[in-house]
Design a protein. Structure first.
Length: 159
């Protein structure tokens, strides 16, 4: 498996993986699924978009972009998605590690996650193992697909 910058060939797979996470309703804040047009625009608008590629198949992806502007423009944000059929193979870890390298290469000084859902224990353990620092808990900050609210846990990592 390699982590590489995305290209148009993998766009449909990327959209499918992204939409799978959106439809699960337990991790991403987005509620609308991407179409081929909105997906192309969305991924192209990021500072950097990468995919986990195995023999031409996209198994996961991440997007990297500024978290804010101006005096806070040195802080970036990222989102990760792994196809459900490929989970448990450490693809997420490879994506996060690559993202840390790319974020620094793009001149960011801090990678911040604004809204890691508290019940997303696999992601939280991964981030903490990779040196991300938890900033606390925002009670009821994420509305789950079933309508109940879960806490969110912001994290940061100095680059």
């Amino acid at each position: 498996m390699t982590i590489r910058e995305y290209n148009a060939q993998g766009l449909q797979d990327m959209i499918s993986i992204w939409n799978e996470v959106v439809e699960e309703g337990i991790a991403f804040p987005q509620e609308e699924c991407l179409t081929i047009n909105t997906g192309a625009d969305f991924f192209a608008s990021q500072t950097y978009t990468a995919v986990a590629d195995e023999n031409g198949s996209v198994l996961g992806l991440y997007i990297l972009h500024p978290n804010n502007i101006g005096r806070c423009g040195h802080i970036c944000n990222a989102s990760y998605a792994v196809a459900s059929a490929a989970r448990g193979k450490h693809i997420g870890e490879a994506l996060v590690k690559d993202c840390l390298v790319q974020a620094k290469a793009y001149g960011f000084g801090i990678l911040q996650f604004n809204a890691v859902v508290e019940s997303n224990v696999h992601a939280r353990h991964l981030y903490e193992r990779l040196g991300f620092v938890p900033l606390g808990v925002i009670p009821g900050g994420f509305r789950m697909k079933d309508g109940r609210y879960d806490n969110i846990c912001p994290y940061y990592h100095l680059l």
